[in-house]
Write a protein that binds this ligand. Structure first.
Ligand SMILES: Cc1ncc(COP(=O)(O)O)c(C=O)c1O
Length: 440
């Protein structure tokens, strides 16, 4: 028996953990659990109204006809569906994807489409092929937490660019580019979510789009356009994609997660020809190929179902929930709060009065049975503590109303304590019996 084997198992485990920590690559330091993931365990308790998660509402999906479609796929095409496929994705699906993108003005060739495991994988792959440690990525403030996770995993530095109700501010983009250049750093791309932004709920004004593209082209900065919500505009309006205005300098990301089903994990990247080749090589090294079965199912769904009718149904469901959230906010928010009024998508961005720290307040909100995501999760630079993201996609309108009512109470209590004792973040946490969402 070796001396190590003779040690108590608990001690051995501690030792091997230390050994692993010493072996990890430096880049893993940037891989930490997002605030959203940490929150899931607490927020998913049934008594908590979760305005935190961004899960699509699938109750409107036609499950019976999907079951028939799955059975047909197995019976008619099983040999292909259960087999490895092309690294770039199934050709007929890539063709159909070009038709989906045409709805937002994009003209593209199926050869330039790369199917990915959700658009999250496309985000990861694009970052992998473009970013060396220390390269700068420009991103809106706030920005999608999953993208920030990818940027951090590749040790890119995120520089945020301010937005207003019309999306990214072109002057702020110019200023950010100049500041980064004069610091001697290299900007690799601008990451933007132009439509129904996650988490801000705003849409980039059409007049700004050409200006943003022109600024990026002049500074030789690629644009990474992430557009999972573009077809979910509540007044049935779509906006011209940035890619429809510039075919050379934009990598466009799309997804079936919000318009069909996220569990299938089918998304895509549309890239200029030269970039597309590298993207395929990088995806191949990560997954060999995206799941053939899921791609064929999506392809059949697009060919045989009224998928645009289904997207319309989704729009109606989410629009009703958006209305429920906005009217509850009017009714219950204390003075000094402001919020965005989204025309589509899943999210409202709420700003609370000065002095309230939404991250510090979260355990107290969960104790009061309502959850949200603190704005700090959507910034790579620690900002956002006066903001929170509220999702209206998943809970029913009644639950949304109740959740916002509870949130109003939590905020009023917080403001009262703030008026009495000063900075809330400095004093001992109330409700400390509930687990901190950061450690749950
Ligand atoms: C802005 C944005 N980009 C990308 C994704 C990832 O989507 P997918 O399910 O296609 O990986 C999401 C998911 O919430 C998102 O909101």
């Amino acid at each position: 028996m070796t001396s190590q084997e003779s040690q108590p198992p608990q001690q051995n485990r501690g030792r091997s953990l230390d050994a692993h920590l010493n072996r990890y690559a430096a880049r893993t330091a940037g891989m930490t659990a997002s605030e959203i993931r940490a929150l899931f365990a607490v927020a998913s308790r049934p008594e908590v109204v979760s305005l935190a998660g961004g899960m699509p509402n699938l109750s409107a999906l036609p499950m019976d006809s999907l079951a028939t479609e799955v059975a047909r796929l197995v019976a008619e095409d099983g040999q292909v569906a259960f087999q490895y496929g092309s690294a770039q994705g199934v050709p007929e699906l890539r063709e159909q994807i070009t038709e989906v993108m045409a709805l937002e003005g994009i003209r593209a060739h199926p050869d330039d489409v790369v199917v990915t495991v959700g658009s999250q994988m496309a985000l990861d792959t694009v970052t992998r092929i473009f970013c060396d440690p220390g390269d700068v990525v420009l991103a809106e403030a706030p920005s999608y937490v999953g993208a920030l996770g990818s940027f951090s995993a590749y040790q890119a530095e995120v520089v945020h660019v301010a937005m207003d109700d019309d999306g990214l501010i072109p002057d702020a983009l110019r200023a950010a580019l100049e500041a980064v250049h004069s610091a001697g750093k290299r900007v690799k791309f601008l990451y933007t979510i132009p439509n129904f932004h996650n988490p801000a709920g705003v849409t980039m004004a059409v007049e700004r789009r050409a200006e943003v593209l022109e600024i990026c082209a002049r500074h030789n900065v690629l644009v990474l356009e992430d557009n999972p919500y573009g077809l979910l505009g509540f007044d049935d309006q779509t906006y011209p994609a940035l890619r429809s205005m510039d075919e050379e300098n934009v990598v466009y990301l799309g997804s079936f997660s919000k318009t069909f089903a996220p569990g299938l994990r089918v998304g895509w990247a549309l890239a200029p020809h030269a970039v597309r080749e590298k993207l395929v090589l990088a995806s191949e090294s990560a997954t060999l190929c995206p799941p053939t079965f899921n791609q064929l199912l999506v392809s059949r769904y697009l060919a045989t179902h009224d998928w645009q009718g289904q997207v319309k149904t989704y729009r109606e469901v989410y629009s009703e929930r958006r209305d429920a959230m906005l009217s509850a906010l009017e009714q219950y928010m204390p003075p000094g709060c402001t919020w965005t009024k989204p025309d589509g998508g899943f999210y409202v961005w709420l700003t609370v009065p000065e002095g309230v720290d939404t991250k510090a307040m979260l355990p107290r909100a969960v104790t009061q049975r309502v959850a949200y995501v603190s704005g700090t999760a959507f910034h790579g630079d620690g900002f956002g503590s006066r903001q929170m993201r509220l999702s209206f996609c998943y809970p029913t309108p009644e639950r949304i109303h109740e959740g916002v009512r509870r949130l109003g109470t939590v905020l009023r209590d917080e403001l009262e304590l703030l008026a009495t004792f000063g900075n809330v973040a400095q004093r001992p946490q109330l409700g400390s019996e509930s687990p901190s969402p950061d450690t749950a």
